[in-house]
Design a binder for this molecule. Structure first.
Ligand SMILES: C[S@@+](CC[C@H](N)C(=O)[O-])C[C@H]1O[C@@H](n2cnc3c(N)ncnc32)[C@H](O)[C@@H]1O
Length: 214
């Protein structure tokens, strides 16, 4: 969902860094061959993830929700040379496509793919992180935060995607069965009130929250 008027949105994209060739290729292959291609971060948000990572200069990165590997390849652009990126996805069918593009990049050996439920996998990774991207099932965002907060280095950053959920988080009446919206409302409040972190919600695309660990 785009919250800006189309003309302004186009201007914003036209005046932001261009999508690197490898990512253009992955973007195209995802749209041509994979179900639900809208899940891919896309060129503009990808450049934002890359820029944030370059500013943070993380040693280790954790991603929850790999999909076809697009956002992982964006964030790794800013990673320190001796760092590692761990990325988790429950869909094993995406593994080979992710690996194809990870190997085409110059970061292949630094990316560790984990297949399975993130709730089970996060506790098995003993690394401390400087950058975490939460971008999987919305109903578990608060659980993911609870699982990663003690794995963060001081000054580390947790990014959370789709926190506006097409604006549904602002609806006055939420359908009882709409678990994702209900849980995102709880999550947005939680990360803004937790004294261990400071949070700013950016109205970028579907909402991207930057949470800095004190
Ligand atoms: C929005 S997509 C991720 C998009 C990717 N980060 C990007 O920007 O290109 C969400 C992914 O989370 C995965 N996922 C959903 N629930 C999960 C869970 N419980 N554990 C691990 N992965 C999950 C899905 O299979 C899907 O590939």
């Amino acid at each position: 969902m785009h919250f800006l008027p189309e003309k302004i949105d186009e201007y914003v994209v036209a005046h932001s860094q261009e999508e690197p060739t490898l990512l253009q290729e992955l973007n195209t292959e995802t749209w041509q061959t994979v179900l639900n291609p809208r899940m891919l971060s896309g060129a503009y948000q990808g450049r934002l993830l890359s820029m944030l990572s370059k500013l943070i200069r993380p040693k280790n990165i954790l991603e929850i929700g790999t999909y076809t590997g697009y956002s992982a390849l964006c964030m790794i652009e800013g990673m320190q040379t001796d760092g590692e990126l761990h990325t988790i996805d429950k869909n094993e069918e995406l593994y080979d496509l992710q690996r194809k593009y990870f190997n085409k990049s110059s970061f292949g050996s630094k990316i560790h793919q984990h297949v399975g439920n993130a709730i089970d996998i996060i506790p098995t990774i003993s690394t401390k992180f400087d950058l975490v991207f939460i971008d999987a099932d919305k109903a578990n965002y608060a659980n993911y935060f609870d699982l990663v907060i003690d794995k963060m280095n001081a000054g580390g950053v947790i990014l959370s995607d789709n926190v506006l959920w097409s604006g549904k988080v602002t609806d006055e009446v939420i359908n009882e069965k709409d678990v994702d919206t209900k849980e995102l409302i709880v999550y947005n409040k939680k990360i803004n009130e937790d004294p261990r972190v400071e949070t700013v919600l950016l109205p970028v695309r579907d909402g991207l929250t930057i949470t800095r660990v004190k």
